[in-house]
Design a protein around this ligand. Sequence first.
Ligand SMILES: *[C@@H]1O[C@H](CO)[C@@H](O)[C@H](O)[C@H]1NC(C)=O
Ligand SMILES: *[C@@H]1O[C@H](CO)[C@@H](O)[C@H](O)[C@H]1NC(C)=O
Ligand SMILES: *[C@@H]1O[C@H](CO)[C@@H](O)[C@H](O)[C@H]1NC(C)=O
Ligand SMILES: *[C@@H]1O[C@H](CO)[C@@H](O)[C@H](O)[C@H]1NC(C)=O
Ligand SMILES: *[C@@H]1O[C@H](CO)[C@@H](O)[C@H](O)[C@H]1NC(C)=O
Ligand SMILES: *[C@@H]1O[C@H](CO)[C@@H](O)[C@H](O)[C@H]1NC(C)=O
Ligand SMILES: *[C@@H]1O[C@H](CO)[C@@H](O)[C@H](O)[C@H]1NC(C)=O
Ligand SMILES: *[C@@H]1O[C@H](CO)[C@@H](O)[C@H](O)[C@H]1NC(C)=O
Ligand SMILES: *[C@@H]1O[C@H](CO)[C@@H](O)[C@H](O)[C@H]1NC(C)=O
Ligand SMILES: *[C@@H]1O[C@H](CO)[C@@H](O)[C@H](O)[C@H]1NC(C)=O
Length: 482
Amino acid sequence: MALFKAMFFALVALFTSYASAVAPLVVKGADFVNSIDDTRFQIIGVAYQPGGSSGFNPGSGIDPLSDASVCLRDAVLMQRLGVNAIRVYNLDPDLDHTDCANIFNAAGIYMILDVNSPLPNQSLNRGAPWESYSSDYMQRVFKVVQDFMVFNNTLGFFSGNEVINEDSVPEVPAYIRAVTRDMKDYISAQSPRAIPVGYSAADVRPLLMGTFNFMSCGLSNETSSKIDFFGLNSYSWCGDATFQSSGYDVLVSDFSNTTIPIFFSEYGCNNVSPRIFSEVGTLYGPKMTPVFSGGLIYEYSEEPNNYGLVNLNDNGTVSILVDYDNLRKQYDDLDVGLLEKANATATSLTPPNCATSLLSGANFTKSFDLPARPDGVDDLIKKGVDGTSSTSNEAVTDTKPNQTVYATNGQEISGLQLNVLEWDQSNLPGNNTSGTTPSSPSGSTTSSGSSPSKTNAAPRVDDVKFGSLLMGAVGAGIYLQL
Ligand SMILES: *[C@@H]1O[C@H](CO)[C@@H](O)[C@H](O)[C@H]1NC(C)=O
Ligand SMILES: *[C@@H]1O[C@H](CO)[C@@H](O)[C@H](O)[C@H]1NC(C)=O
Ligand SMILES: *[C@@H]1O[C@H](CO)[C@@H](O)[C@H](O)[C@H]1NC(C)=O
Ligand SMILES: *[C@@H]1O[C@H](CO)[C@@H](O)[C@H](O)[C@H]1NC(C)=O
Ligand SMILES: *[C@@H]1O[C@H](CO)[C@@H](O)[C@H](O)[C@H]1NC(C)=O
Ligand SMILES: *[C@@H]1O[C@H](CO)[C@@H](O)[C@H](O)[C@H]1NC(C)=O
Ligand SMILES: *[C@@H]1O[C@H](CO)[C@@H](O)[C@H](O)[C@H]1NC(C)=O
Ligand SMILES: *[C@@H]1O[C@H](CO)[C@@H](O)[C@H](O)[C@H]1NC(C)=O
Ligand SMILES: *[C@@H]1O[C@H](CO)[C@@H](O)[C@H](O)[C@H]1NC(C)=O
Ligand SMILES: *[C@@H]1O[C@H](CO)[C@@H](O)[C@H](O)[C@H]1NC(C)=O
């Protein structure tokens, strides 16, 4: 039986391999690296949470990666935009994510997945983490891992998002390392391949380096608790800022000794609207690529906080917003050939040993004693939890979205189609685009005074009073980790 099954899957693999698209990525030193050809990978991504975090409702039978026709529509528009990765925050592990994973895989788009949700008991409580770190909570976390670890286009998991901030108690960092440890132990025991696990931090500068150091230092008595990559939600480049005025220069210098990959797990300040995304050229340019591995723009769909690239209309159609065209123009100007060819530089780096001297300035417990696993978690790791997805990526047959998409000039875009990539390809700006309008929009309105259509958008959040350090919380965190 086992042999038959193995042969069956081998045959399936044989006949569908033409559509297998992206190769698994691995972490080598401070880089993401393609496991097949060893080239370095830069994340050119968008956050993907249609409906917003507050719209997450497992009872509805829908999450962002469960409806194939929606995923096809959005994957095609993202392929056209030029992205190679999405981040998805809130997933219902009881839904089947196979079709959507396959569609994004065929489009050459990797997935970075958060394992938490804003629902009660589905994330660490920053005020009392010991109350939320339970076997029930870890079962949910493992189910998300189980659902997605089978796909080659799963880039990694976030064990937490912005759990540490001004309101978190000093014990929180140790709990995040404990959850990271349990996830990595689960992956070692159950996953067909090693998938990295990271943490996504709020840009609260006084706590930032303490957080980074706490999570990424080496603990010889708890080796699996170290994060494999670090995401920073940063909204400090607003409008036509510069490397210096945005403080990106400080980030590059602060993180210059990193031993793991670093990227913006959210970026794209919207204080100035429409956004012109002038940070893109700098992020993927020579000043930042030695330290950063790209980033994810917040966010694909227009929601009440007004960060959208497209408007998902109630009638199922999509209206492209000016921000989409502006971002696409910035991506098109990148020297992707150069990005693509860049080889991994650091193949093996030794993290600094954990020591309280690394935590100066941060109000964390000055100890690296991690909480023990709650009862039952060892068993979940040993025996595995039930997943709902298929066992690997499969070929995609349907490539034409059936929804109408409107360009910024209001004209319908025709001929939109998924370009199914070949093995070991991922999407790049300017590659594999589809769709035309009777008279093509210019695609660049960088200084236009018009603002994005707000068809379905509620009044925007008043960002101004929060100050730029807290923009990450405005962007997503307050909806995600209440
Ligand atoms: C996944 O990647 C492995 C290489 O690590 C490859 O052998 C396999 O065919 C890929 N699977 C699919 C479905 O693309
Ligand atoms: C959350 O967990 C606590 C402690 O295990 C439990 O008392 C409570 O009922 C749970 N809440 C929900 C909504 O499941
Ligand atoms: C550290 O955190 C604790 C608990 O939240 C708080 O009582 C204390 O005032 C904080 N100390 C500093 C220096 O921020
Ligand atoms: C990086 O390492 C060098 C050499 O050990 C050290 O001089 C420098 O202070 C470090 N920089 C940071 C930001 O930690
Ligand atoms: C769908 O809704 C959008 C936005 O309200 C509108 O512009 C468009 O005309 C509608 N399309 C159809 C086919 O009803
Ligand atoms: C994709 O983009 C790369 C880099 O610009 C280029 O070398 C390659 O020819 C493009 N491929 C296609 C199919 O357009
Ligand atoms: C990258 O590495 C490959 C294989 O080692 C080598 O052939 C190629 O020249 C390198 N490319 C660059 C840009 O360094
Ligand atoms: C593990 O090592 C760290 C750093 O040396 C130390 O603070 C901690 O107490 C150790 N934990 C245990 C359980 O020994
Ligand atoms: C597109 O196709 C899906 C699945 O076949 C269907 O559920 C949906 O209603 C269709 N949407 C439109 C706009 O025709
Ligand atoms: C991109 O699309 C073109 C035209 O549809 C196709 O020929 C090409 O193979 C695709 N590129 C990649 C890298 O798959």
